[in-house]
Design a protein around this ligand. Structure first.
Ligand code: NAD
Length: 419
């Protein structure tokens, strides 16, 4: 399967290989579990505002169809490639299985730097991408959602474009839509809320009192901003935040509500304060109780892992910790409690599932119902991981991966192999 390559795909493959060794999956069964079922590549041409034509490369990878439709976000980023999208699709599969959702994983992306487009160009690109994907997606085939570089507005354009081609409104083709166009209350906040909920469960286990604890959050987009606000609301002092334009650190605590307002208006952290400006290269290694990487993958390598000074590492981003770093963190498991990404940031896909169910039924829930169901699903997953980790004397990542890979394997084994 040479079409999948690159450091992010290698990381997903290595993680799978470690878990396959751990739970004893025979060699000849591994390819069926690891490699994506389908990978689609499309060229998306658009008219630029200056009258020229530009073409952008788009991808969608559907990992497995053994438990239901595939489900996963769409990433707009200048570095996206098919290997990264495939890795993210694989991680989505493990995440959905762990939470008990009836989905396989998928992921999509366009290689584009979103700020380089005008709003009109962004809409044209979003609509053209969805139009190109119509033969390969559907409410019972593959359901899209937001990820890095995409948001509720883009999901509304996706849904509208798909619906126009069907001749009727099909809200259930996409989740993470605005509430005004068939989205669910609580989806925008769901990932950050889940990150904080699982971080609090971890804090409880190590006897860390959130009131007066400190936190650092890398990334101030959908996941990072909600995480920072939720932490502050629980009495945690947020001492560091960053995005791709600025990095702020102040041991006295940062005014996260004002920062959030600034980012909502300007779209970036830069310009908020020069007083608290800090070096982004060392932010993750500053002392804090709860560290939340909520931006890119592979930001914690073995060198960074050695120098982390947190007590809880709550992985808001997908794949922020490399396998080498994970080995270091296993050695440091008495000092640092790792809440792995597939558990920590699962709140997003859990509430996306709720959105899909509500759209299919045309029956909408109150926000407190969404939130209490979210907490219930997360707690069930957390308790299962915790029990297995204790029983087998392994870390939470190993325990979580063992549970979800076994679930996907059991689905494949009981359904059999056609023909
Ligand atoms: P987003 O586009 O809303 O925000 C990304 C943030 O990361 C921005 O603030 C950006 O400035 C920042 N960033 C980019 N490069 C950076 C750098 N080098 N240093 C510091 N910050 C940097 O994206 P998001 O939806 O918040 O996603 C963030 C992460 O969470 C991704 O790994 C994504 O896959 C994961 N995730 C998102 C969801 C979701 O529901 N949105 C769900 C699960 C996991």
């Amino acid at each position: 399967m040479t079409i999948y390559s690159g450091p992010v795909f290698d990381m997903a493959r290595q993680q799978f290989s470690e878990i396959a060794d751990y739970i004893g999956i025979p060699e000849d069964e591994r390819g069926r579990l690891l490699y994506p079922k389908r990978a689609i590549t499309v060229s998306c041409p658009i008219h630029r505002d200056d009258g020229t034509t530009a073409v952008f490369q788009g991808y969608r990878v559907q990992h497995h169809l053994s438990l239901g439709p595939t489900k996963g976000g769409t990433r707009f980023s200048k570095n996206v490639d098919i290997g990264e999208v495939a890795a993210l699709a694989i991680w989505m599969s493990w995440k959905c299985a762990l939470a008990g959702l009836p989905y396989g994983g998928a992921k999509g992306g366009i290689t584009v730097d979103p700020p380089s487009l005008s709003l009109r160009e962004l809409e044209a690109l979003s609509r053209r991408y969805m139009q190109e994907m119509i033969p390969f997606v559907g409410p019972h085939t593959d359901v899209m959602a937001p990820d890095m570089g995409t948001n509720e507005q883009i999901m509304a354009w996706f849904m509208d474009t798909y619906s126009v081609y069907q001749g009727k409104t099909v809200t259930e083709i996409v989740t993470g839509k605005p509430v005004a166009s068939g989205g669910t209350v609580g989806r925008r906040e769901a990932t950050g809320r889940g990150v904080v909920h699982t971080a609090m469960r971890a804090a409880e286990r190590i006897g860390l009192n959130p009131s007066g604890a400190t936190a650092i959050v890398q990334g101030f987009g959908n996941v990072g901003s909600v995480t920072a606000l939720e932490l502050a609301a629980r009495g945690v002092k947020v001492v560091g935040v960053s995005d791709h334009t600025a990095c702020l650190h102040d041991t006295r605590g940062l005014p996260v509500v004002a920062i959030d307002r600034h980012v909502a208006v300007h779209g970036r952290l830069a310009g908020f304060s020069t007083e608290a400006a800090a070096d982004p290269a060392t932010l993750l290694m500053q002392p804090c109780d709860i560290l939340v990487p909520a931006a890119l993958e592979r930001v914690i390598d073995a060198g960074v892992a050695t120098r982390l000074q947190c007590r809880v590492l709550a992985e808001g981003a997908n794949g922020p910790t490399t396998p080498d770093a994970d080995a270091v963190l296993r050695e440091r498991s008495r000092e640092i409690f790792v809440v792995p990404d597939i558990l920590c940031n699962a709140g997003g896909v859990i509430v996306s599932y709720f959105e899909w169910v509500q759209d299919l039924q045309q029956l909408f829930w109150e926000e407190n119902e969404v939130n209490s169901r979210l907490t219930r699903v997360l707690d069930r997953a957390f308790d299962q991981v915790s029990a297995r980790a204790e029983r087998e004397g392994v870390g939470y990542r190993m325990a979580a991966m063992a549970i979800d890979v076994e679930k996907v394997r059991a689905a494949k084994q009981t359904r059999g192999l056609f023909p």
